[in-house]
Write a protein that binds this ligand. Structure first.
Ligand code: SIN
Length: 184
């Protein structure tokens, strides 16, 4: 088994509960992050699903997230764990990711491209909810709760993680603003 690069763009950015030996900010082109996937098992329940992110094809767009390098002896276990965690409509894809340069031990690791495993919930999966007015998405997030916690926490943690790494995502930040307004 060889090592594996995994790209996370949602909860995998802020709650990577698996072993990895390196993490780097990365960008995948041709995809955009949207809160269009239903969550029946983490941030909602079957009768009242929450909303979590998936990637939507967008030729002109891109999505910034975090790439994790998993060492060879951890790959099988991590993939098994993630297949379970992401089981509500997500499938494994392989997508090229541009890693940002990073300083490491006084040296700069240059930008490079790696082929990453990405968990992606396609538009024909049973839990896909699709587009809706932003205020409606925010209201659904505000009221949803599931076994992993509140949907609100998912959105706020994602927004905070993006900001921590100086990554932009207007869709996520607008929902965060609307959520704060819902709570007023
Ligand atoms: C991901 O984070 O890469 C997949 C979606 C999620 O688990 O939130």
């Amino acid at each position: 088994m060889t090592e594996l690069w995994l790209f996370g763009y949602g909860s995998l950015i802020w709650r990577p509960d698996f072993n990895y030996v390196e993490k780097r900010v990365g960008r995948i082109s041709g995809w955009t992050r949207r809160f269009w996937q239903g969550s029946h098992d983490h941030r909602g329940v079957p009768d009242a699903p929450g909303r979590v992110v998936t990637l939507i094809p967008d030729l002109a767009g891109s999505c910034d997230g975090m790439a994790f390098r998993i060492p060879p002896d951890e790959v099988a276990g991590v993939v098994e764990q993630l297949d379970y965690r992401e089981k509500n409509g997500y499938e494994r894809h392989q997508i090229d990711c541009q890693l940002a340069p990073v300083e490491c031990g006084g040296k700069v690791l240059p930008a490079t491209t790696v082929n990453c495993l990405v968990y992606l919930a396609g538009q024909s999966n049973h839990a896909f909810l699709g587009e809706a007015p932003m205020a409606q998405i925010a209201a659904q997030i505000e009221r949803s709760q599931g076994p992993s916690g509140s949907n609100r926490e998912y959105l706020l943690e994602l927004a905070a993680a993006l900001r921590e790494h100086s990554l932009e995502d207007e869709h996520v930040f607008e929902l965060e603003r609307l959520l704060h307004r819902c709570a007023e």
